[in-house]
Design a protein around this ligand. Sequence first.
Ligand SMILES: [Zn+2]
Length: 270
Amino acid sequence: MPELPETETIARDLDGALRGAVVRSVELLRTDVLRPRAALARFRALQEARIARVWRRAKSIVIDCGDRALVVTPRFTGALLLDGTPDDTYTCLRFTLRDGRLLRYHDVRRLGSVALLDAPALAAWDAGLGPEPLDPALTTERFSGIIRASRRAVKTILMDQRRLAGVGNIYANEALWRAGIRPTARGASITRARLAALLEALRAVLTESIALRGTTFRDFRDAYGGRGGFAAHLQVYGRAGEPCTRCGAPLRATHALEGRQTVWCAGCQR
Ligand SMILES: [Zn+2]
């Protein structure tokens, strides 16, 4: 599932490719990805709109078109693909640009979503999300305040988009391993010094992954259908049972937190 680095990769590519382009037509082939479903007719308003900017917020790609924004959240198998990628039966939404290029939202399992929001709706959506981990305005004090305000497991808090935006299962597992913090540790019980180390680890792993265009573990594809290069650098995610690269103990796995696979090292995460 695309998290912050994967979504950032898509947004940066599309911003470079689409800024200033004009939408000639919009075709809706599978409407069940639209949020809300009733928004169908509103998509016609995108015809002749100029794309001003493409950016990322949390795990969504935001395409600013005139006075509206298209918010695409790929979730498990969604992808925003630009020209040159083969069209097929999983295309849900297709934009033809005035210059002849095609932009498609493709989603095999159709668990992703596409919403068309006006400015107040976009602001309300944005306000419901936590701060961005790479935003310098997120100080260590604010970050430790977010984690320490909850008695839930630190990994669960990291992945809660209302508290912190953009972090999912891959980078929560990796950052906690780097910081030497056990994923089940309760937020309120972790010292500020250890949380400062966690924020640093989180920023490092996200930045390194962005530089390699994200992690393709299974499904993630960038806007040109390419794979991310960070999977080879994962230390815990997908490595249950293998030795910890820091201390040699076998990595353990559980599904006890939110039903997602947590992988950690009992030897060096406390
Ligand atoms: Zn270890």
